[in-house]
Design a protein around this ligand. Structure first.
Ligand SMILES: NC(=O)c1ccc[n+]([C@@H]2O[C@H](COP(=O)([O-])OP(=O)(O)OC[C@H]3O[C@@H](n4cnc5c(N)ncnc54)[C@H](OP(=O)(O)O)[C@@H]3O)[C@@H](O)[C@H]2O)c1
Length: 375
């Protein structure tokens, strides 16, 4: 059996995180016929529609080549529904996003949104809006199913919810192993000793059976990745982590780049307006000044910054105008000076969730246990 760590130095470095334009995503915004108001939950009036049309660009959707050999579109629609929007609004958002040009959707079993995404995708597929091979669908193994025997059944339930027969990417949601039935955030007594190796062996079976075209992890620190790489037969293709201008993940990105693991940015806007997020990204003076200089929104600057660093971005929005705004980041660029200035933004203080983890006796006891410290 060849361990991944044995081939790390050679193969991984060949498969860095350079953006590419995939043939399947060579769709021009302009050439698409967009009916923004045609779905249940649509909110656009004709004036807004005209304004939105002007916001569209002829930009093509770039993608990143993963070490699995498959390509991941660089911009995905996040599908965590933190404000409990009705399914009809979530479904309308997906259909709108597909018309706009999104092909990548990110959900997880713990979000409770897999069924709504499945409904939207089956509508889009049966209406001929898109074909399955052009879509890139990610979901995640929840922490109460890390036992190797639980992984395939968990993925099968996810596939049933999504009405699909394979995922493009399946991720271990967190290195933390929880008791069966524990939800998020967990109580201290629900946290079990971690078994990354066991969970990963189940993930490898998913990959080998073709149920997931690529497998990866989420919220893994450098030490978790090193532990995983020491045992893996199939290397993780992706580590999905919190990343935005006030939480930059410098140390983790450097490690991932070195071993060919693609970094995907969750909460790329800092999750403004959610119970766990912050508003510090949009209000940051550096972001605001760069946004005025380029005549782009602070959101677009934040997303473009992550993208330019080689990370895919997963902004969540169920608002039609924002879905378009968040997609328009690939036909302009930040200067090296802009990138340096954003790179110098200070890290934010602890989030509510990080405080919760520390106060509730989970394995995370300090800030640096819960995230890799930036240099
Ligand atoms: N792996 C993990 O542990 C993990 C954790 C968190 C998130 N995620 C993934 O990452 C995705 C994105 O993260 P997130 O949802 O936490 O946060 P986010 O994408 O950073 O922010 C979402 C919030 O920003 C608002 N928003 C979106 N676009 C905007 C714009 N252009 N202008 C102003 N406000 C805007 C949204 O509101 P509206 O919807 O009302 O427009 C929503 O309240 C999730 O949906 C999920 O798929 C993964």
């Amino acid at each position: 059996m060849v361990r991944w760590s044995e081939t790390l130095g050679r193969a991984c470095r060949l498969q860095g995180s350079m953006p590419e334009i995939s043939a399947s995503n060579r769709k021009s915004f302009v050439s698409q016929s967009v009916q923004l108001h045609s779905f249940e939950g649509g909110v656009c009036n004709p004036h807004t529609l005209a304004a939105l049309s002007n916001m569209r660009s002829s930009a093509e959707l770039p993608s990143f080549k993963l070490n699995s050999g498959t390509s991941m579109p660089a911009i995905g629609l996040g599908f965590a529904n933190a404000d409990n929007s009705p399914d009809s609004k979530a479904i309308a958002a997906v259909l709108h996003a597909i018309e706009v040009g999104y092909r990548h959707f990110d959900t997880a079993s713990i979000y409770g949104t897999e069924c709504a995404l499945g409904d939207a995708l089956s509508k889009a597929l049966s209406a001929g809006m898109v074909s399955r091979q052009d879509l890139f669908i990610t979901s995640k193994l929840w922490s109460d199913s890390h036992d190797p025997k639980d992984v395939i059944p968990a993925l099968q339930q996810t596939l049933t919810n999504l009405k699909l027969d394979y995922l493009d990417l399946y991720l271990i949601h967190s290195p933390m192993k929880l008791k069966k039935g524990a939800i998020y955030p967990p109580k201290a007594e629900e946290v079990l000793p971690s078994d990354i190796e066991g969970a990963w062996s189940g993930m490898e079976t998913c990959f080998e059976r073709g149920l997931a075209k690529a497998i990866g992890v989420s919220n893994f620190l450098v030490k978790d990745l090193a532990q995983l790489l020491a045992h893996a037969r199939v290397p993780p293709a992706v580590n999905q982590v919190e990343m935005h201008p006030v939480w930059q993940q410098k140390k983790l990105r450097k490690f991932c780049n070195g071993v060919g693991i693609h970094v995907s940015a969750w909460s790329p806007l800092g999750a403004p307006g959610t119970y766990y997020g912050i508003n510090d990204v949009f209000t940051n003076p550096v972001i605001k000044s760069i946004s005025s200089k380029h005549n782009k929104s602070p959101t677009q600057v934040a997303l473009r910054w992550s993208f330019q660093l080689g990370a895919s971005v997963l902004p969540k929005s169920f608002t039609f105008s924002r879905i378009i705004e968040n997609f328009n980041i690939s036909d302009w660029e930040l200067s090296p000076e802009d990138m340096t200035n954003i790179g110098n933004i200070k890290r934010r203080p602890l989030s509510i969730l990080e405080q919760y983890y520390i106060e509730h006796g989970t394995p995370f006891k300090t800030m640096d246990d819960s995230e890799d410290e930036d240099p």
